[in-house]
Every structure is written in structure tokens, then in C-alpha cells.
Design a binder for this molecule. Structure first.
Ligand code: ADP
Ligand code: MG
Length: 180
């Protein structure tokens, strides 16, 4: 899952980050820290089964980014567009659970959204894998037996390697990073 610039071992540390989301609050707080680092055009893919915590993480990302009102589950409205009051920046939050595939996503205006220059969070990105940009941050959310969540972040492309690096720096201060 790494970029061509990455080699095994040392590269894995740059391109990948494992974080413990011990509680829903913690997962949301991790999202908040990530959201503060988002830049226009960033694409964040959140993968995990129903109830894994994609929307919890999204809510944190949205809050850190500066969305008002807060992000909610977009299950009935597949596309939520948020504007940041401070500078008019835009953040899209899409839940693709109910779409049947790429053609369906095209009718949602997915190309326009991807071309908009806004930051984008996808829940169920697997549904439109072939439409996603090659450069992206992919986050797998894996429920653990103790109710916690393991968040596995993988960067594809230099921007996301830098994003992971910045996030690691912020989080190591608060010990969320497994093995940091
Ligand atoms: N460690 C945790 N991280 C995230 N969510 C958690 C955690 N522990 C329990 N939860 C709960 O799991 C549920 C996740 O729901 P949600 O974010 O809507 O899932 P998804 O969007 O992946 O379907 C929430 O009810 C949340 O409170
Ligand atoms: Mg959800």
C-alpha cells in the first residue's frame, strides 16, 4: 500500500500508522487531531464493518477541521457538504454503503466532488475503488475484543506520508500510537 518512494521496513514506518482507539471518545479525539491537519483536496477513506466507528472518526475529523454544525451519519443523505464558517472551506462527507457501485456513484456527482478541491471523507470507499484517486489516506478500523478499535492508517502518495508523519508527531505526545 505504500508509494513508489517507499521501501520495506523503514518505509512502512513512514507510510503506515497503527493507533489504538480505546474508546469512542478516544477515536473521535484521534479524528479531531487528524482533522486539524487536513488540507484542501485531501481524500480520507474510512473502511470497516457496520458499527466499526467510521462515523465517530468522521465526526472528530469534521470537528478538528472546523465544521459547524457537526458531522452526522450521512446514511440517508449520501452526500453531506460542510462549509467552514471561518474561511468558506468545504468538506464533503460521503457514506457509500447504499450505493451499488461506481455507476451509481457517478450519479451522485462523485467526479465533480473529487474535482472540487474540497477535502473529502469517504465511508465505504471500497464501493468505488476504481474511481478513487491513487493518492489518498486509507484508514481501516478494526474492532478489538475489548471494545477498542485498531486504526490502521496507510498513506498513498507523498502528501499522505507527510500527513501521517504530522499526525504521528501530534499523537506520540499523548501515547495513542501503538509501539511509538
Ligand atoms: N473504541 C471505539 N471507537 C469508536 N466507536 C466505538 C468505540 N467503542 C464503542 N464504539 C461505538 O461504536 C459505534 C460506532 O458507530 P459508527 O461510527 O456509526 O459506525 P460506522 O459508521 O462504522 O458504521 C458507536 O455507537 C460508538 O459509540
Ligand atoms: Mg457510518
Amino acid at each position: 500500500m505504500c508509494t513508489e518512494n517507499c521501501q520495506p521496513a523503514a518505509a512502512l514506518r513512514q507510510c503506515e500508522l497503527h493507533i489504538n482507539g480505546e474508546t469512542a471518545r478516544r477515536t473521535e479525539a484521534i479524528g479531531f487531531t487528524l482533522g486539524r491537519l487536513l488540507e484542501p483536496g485531501d481524500v480520507i477513506c474510512l473502511a470497516g464493518e457496520l458499527g466499526a466507528g467510521k462515523t465517530v472518526l468522521s465526526r472528530g475529523i469534521g470537528a478538528g477541521w472546523g465544521a459547524s454544525p457537526p458531522l452526522t451519519s450521512p446514511t440517508y443523505n449520501l452526500v453531506h457538504e460542510h462549509e467552514r464558517p471561518t474561511d468558506g472551506g468545504r468538506l464533503y462527507h460521503l457514506d457509500l454503503y447504499r450505493i451499488s457501485g461506481a455507476r451509481d456513484a457517478e450519479s451522485l456527482g462523485i467526479h465533480e466532488i473529487l474535482d472540487s478541491g474540497a477535502s473529502i471523507i469517504f465511508e465505504w470507499p471500497e464501493r468505488i475503488l476504481e474511481l478513487l484517486p491513487a493518492a489518498r489516506l486509507w484508514i481501516d478500523i478494526l474492532p478489538r475484543q475489548d471494545d477498542g478499535r485498531e486504526l490502521i492508517l496507510q498513506a498513498r502518495g507523498g502528501r499522505y506520508t507527510a500527513l501521517i508523519k504530522a499526525l504521528r508527531r501530534k499523537l506520540t505526545q499523548t501515547a495513542h500510537v501503538a509501539g511509538a
